[in-house]
Design a protein around this ligand. Structure first.
Ligand SMILES: [Zn+2]
Length: 138
């Protein structure tokens, strides 16, 4: 959908230039359009009272501004992506940290269990020795 422009629209450059000639011949206005230009926004021709070179300068300045805006937008986009990546990495690190903590805790629990089992085994062995002694002494 084309964007609506408030300026008078002409379908072709010929129509626009014809209208300028008509104004030049008939209008008593102080400011008479001197040239036409194609508008990318509404894809029709508008009139301007800027002289051709002024118009060219204005257009080139506009283009520079647009490309600066685009470059700025691109920069902001890249920065946002970097920030989001950093955030992700930070989250990963936090996750790794908490995973290591959990694993350490699990390992500690397992070590405690192993120690308890070792103690139980020792007790069993000593009980077995006592039992054997009793049996052998019978
Ligand atoms: Zn327009």
């Amino acid at each position: 959908m084309a964007i609506e422009c408030k300026k008078a629209k002409f379908a072709t450059e010929k129509d626009a230039d014809f209208f300028i000639q008509k104004l030049k011949a008939t209008s008593k206005r102080a400011k008479i359009p001197t040239s036409s230009y194609f508008c990318q926004r509404c894809t029709s021709w508008h009139l301007t009272s800027l002289k051709q070179n002024e118009w060219k300068e204005a257009t080139s300045l506009k283009k520079q501004l647009e490309s600066l805006k685009l470059a700025h937008k691109e920069e902001v986009k890249v920065l946002k992506e970097q920030i989001s990546l950093l955030k992700q990495e930070n989250t990963k690190e936090v996750n790794v940290d908490s995973r290591i903590k959990k694993m350490n805790n699990t390992l500690l629990e397992k070590l405690k269990t192993i120690n308890r089992l070792r103690q139980d085994n020792k007790d069993l062995i000593s009980k077995n020795i006592q039992l054997e002694k009793i049996v052998n002494n019978k």
